[in-house]
Design a protein around this ligand. Structure first.
Ligand code: ZN
Length: 251
């Protein structure tokens, strides 16, 4: 029989489980902060990519307009040359031919001018979308910097809390009843932190894997014997104010 009462033994183990759960909460806070940074980095990258894409599209429109304006200039220069030649036409045939070419070039350039105008209007309508996309970049970068700072500030705080809990854990585990200590340590080696322990739940199953715990082991736990779940291997302890329900029992 151990030197600690059954109630004291399970209280200590419950407390140890509580410390492991606190460690898990700290880890979750760190993971969440990291996740927020990843999400925000993605948003920044998306905002930058969106702007780059729209900006490239607008640049292409402007390049097309410049190219069309160049063509317009060449046709116009040819047109002006023919108009001069028209004044110096030597005969009727040459005159008619030049006049036809001038009319032809004029039609082409009128069409080109309409096209340039339409492209310019399109580019003008498109420009605010580029500006809008650009305006999204700075807020995204600021939001990213904010969550990155949150993470940086959180790290020392979490480290300090974690070290405090770990040191308390080492102490509490040393104080565990001599008969309970070996199976507890074994479960702690096999599982990650809080997963190594589970309370008895309901009537009566393992709070970790939900498998039923045979009545004889519940009785043994109440009598101060340790029990490791036969199904999952978690170290089992009694919850606060645990009592065996005897109402359906004959004895
Ligand atoms: Zn189990």
């Amino acid at each position: 029989m151990s030197s600690q009462s059954v109630r004291e033994i399970h209280e200590k183990i419950r407390y140890i489980h509580g410390l492991y759960r606190q460690l898990k909460t700290l880890a979750a806070r760190y993971n969440n902060a990291q996740l927020r940074v990843r999400v925000q980095k993605k948003k920044t990258a998306e905002a930058e990519a969106r702007y780059a894409e729209l900006k490239a599209e607008l640049d292409k429109m402007h390049a097309e307009i410049r190219e069309a304006e160049g063509r317009y200039g060449l046709i116009d220069a040819a047109l002006q040359k023919r108009k001069t030649q028209l004044d110096q036409a030597k005969n009727n045939k040459e005159y008619t031919s030049l006049k036809d070419q001038i009319a032809d070039d004029q039609r082409r350039n009128d069409a080109l001018a309409d096209e340039i105008l339409a492209q310019a209007e399109k580019a003008e309508e498109f420009a605010p979308r580029v500006a809008e996309a650009e305006s999204q970049i700075e807020p995204a970068r600021k939001a990213q910097a904010a969550v990155e700072k949150e993470l940086r500030d959180l790290v020392p705080e979490l480290r300090e809390s974690s070290e405090h809990i770990q040191s308390e854990l080492r102490q509490k585990i040393k104080e565990v009843d001599v008969e309970f200590a070996p199976p507890l340590r074994e479960a702690l080696r096999a599982f990650d932190g809080d997963q190594a322990l589970a309370p008895v739940e309901g009537e009566y199953f393992c709070g970790g894997c939900r498998m039923e715990i045979p009545m004889q082991y519940i009785v043994a736990l109440c009598e101060g014997k340790p029990y490791t779940c036969g199904s999952c291997g978690r170290f089992i302890y009694l919850p606060k104010d645990f009592t065996i329900n005897n109402e359906d029992e004959d004895d």
